[in-house]
Design a protein around this ligand. Structure first.
Ligand code: FE2
Ligand code: FE2
Length: 133
């Protein structure tokens, strides 16, 4: 299990918490396939993960726009950085099927990005958006 439920903090917006719960479940399934070195499953779940990340980020960006969050651009640019890294890794996966590269990314950069991003940007955005839990 890459993420235990408590690894990613709750924020004060129910929709964002729901997006995070969904993403953690998908990433954990993907990580299980990586540990099992199941190439077909990794290929299948990579698509699911890409779709889910886009849904997660786009939903937050739309909420920020609607509520005119003052730091929307900085928050979005953090999303863009991760979008690019995941897209690059996906291209590398399609060409090389390098399971270890995916494992290293998930357990290192991806996990720490997620924990820190939620603690820093999502938590602050959620305070601005309201809708407390
Ligand atoms: Fe988020
Ligand atoms: Fe975010």
């Amino acid at each position: 299990m890459l993420f235990k439920p408590k690894d990613v903090q709750q924020v004060s917006n129910a929709m964002m918490n729901m997006l995070h719960t969904e993403e953690i479940e998908i990433v954990n399934n993907f990580h299980d396939a990586v540990l099992a070195k199941d190439v077909d499953k990794i290929t299948e779940l990579f698509e699911v993960l890409l779709y889910d990340i886009e849904d997660h980020f786009t939903t937050e960006e739309e909420m920020m726009e609607e509520s005119q969050f003052y730091a929307a651009q900085i928050h979005k640019s953090e999303h863009d950085t991760l979008r690019k890294k995941v897209k690059d890794l996906h291209e590398k996966w399609q060409n090389t099927k390098d399971v270890d590269a995916v494992k290293t990314f998930l357990e290192g950069e991806f996990k720490s990005w997620m924990v820190l991003h939620v603690a820093r940007w999502d938590a602050e955005t959620a305070m601005h958006l309201g809708d407390s839990i």
